[in-house]
Design a protein around this ligand. Structure first.
Ligand SMILES: NC(=O)c1ccc[n+]([C@@H]2O[C@H](COP(=O)([O-])OP(=O)(O)OC[C@H]3O[C@@H](n4cnc5c(N)ncnc54)[C@H](OP(=O)(O)O)[C@@H]3O)[C@@H](O)[C@H]2O)c1
Length: 276
């Protein structure tokens, strides 16, 4: 059984480099998926209040047969919990649905800059971290400008920034900004979600060299660059496949070829205008 390597966060905690994405699985589907994933070696699960499946994730955790402290559980609070103090009840609600005493990572799901409340929300996250109900705190969909505001107006540097990243949306500028500030970049939609990415001929051609699938080439691209990735599937064979990316290495020629998939600076979501 493969266990993903651990990456150290700026607060000393460690995150498994590959986790299970859970959107849009419902409570019952996700409980089964978590049990199945853990049996393949997954120790990291990504959920959110907005996904409506925290209860199922909790049921899966209790049924999976691996101790709570060996698992890394992330949840996120959306716009409903923006504003001073609102995340306190938000986290309590998530913990109750999950049936957990703490989560490993709590993220602000979107910056929603037009509401201009992410700074006060982050200050509440700092209090939550001190309370022990969450180990690491981080953000999602934050651009460098949003992070700059946190740096100048608050005390704790986010441990993680979960953003949309794949070979077609490489977000090189955002990733190097995160890295310069000791923030781990976590890639969501790492396989390109519902896009056509996995059908790109360059992926099957590179995969052919190593006996790997297009999905494995893409996930190797993430882990080889130090990114954390959370591919979603409820399919047991794909779960296994997605974790089986630690026994080969892309060479420079492969990485250069993968650059041809870059969709340009306007590809992907724009969190100045999108979010919930
Ligand atoms: N922070 C945010 O704002 C945000 C936004 C979006 C997503 N997320 C998180 O990130 C997770 C992953 O992102 P995502 O679900 O958008 O996209 P993704 O993981 O890139 O892609 C999921 C799609 O890829 C398919 N797939 C999975 N493994 C495959 C394989 N080995 N070969 C071929 N196809 C494969 C899945 O199909 P099957 O399910 O049929 O296998 C599903 O259709 C989400 O589940 C969620 O936890 C966060």
């Amino acid at each position: 059984m493969t266990l993903a390597p651990l990456i150290e966060l700026n607060d000393g905690f460690k995150i498994p480099q590959l986790g299970l994405g859970t959107w849009p699985l419902n409570d019952s589907e996700v409980a089964d998926a978590v049990v199945e994933a853990v049996s393949h070696g997954y120790r990291h699960v990504d959920t959110a209040k907005k996904y409506g499946n925290e209860k199922g994730v909790g049921n899966g955790i209790r049924a999976c047969g691996v101790a709570r402290e060996e698992l890394f559980i992330t949840t996120k609070l959306d716009g409903e919990f923006h504003g001073s103090g609102k995340a306190i009840a938000g986290l309590d609600g998530s913990l109750e649905r999950l049936g957990l005493e703490y989560v490993d990572l709590l993220l602000i799901h979107w910056p929603l800059p037009r509401r201009d409340e992410f700074v006060s929300t982050w200050k509440t996250f700092e209090e939550l971290q001190a309370s022990g109900k969450v180990r690491s705190i981080g953000v999602s969909n934050f651009k460098p400008a949003h992070l700059d505001r946190l740096f100048s107006e608050t005390s704790v540097v986010p441990a993680v920034n979960q953003i949309q990243v794949s070979p077609s949306i490489p977000r090189s500028v955002a990733r190097s900004f995160n890295e310069q500030h000791s923030i781990v970049t976590e890639s969501y939609s790492p396989l390109g979600a519902s896009s056509d990415l996995l059908n790109a001929p360059v992926l099957s051609s590179i995969g052919g060299k190593y006996g790997k699938t297009p999905g494995q080439v893409v996930l190797r691209w993430h882990v080889q660059q130090g990114l954390v990735a959370i591919p979603k599937t409820a399919n047991p064979q794909r779960m296994q496949e997605n974790l089986d990316v630690f026994d080969f290495e892309l060479d420079q020629d492969d990485l250069t070829k993968l650059q041809t998939l870059d969709g340009g600076p306007d590809a992907g979501v724009d969190s100045d205008v999108q979010g919930h």
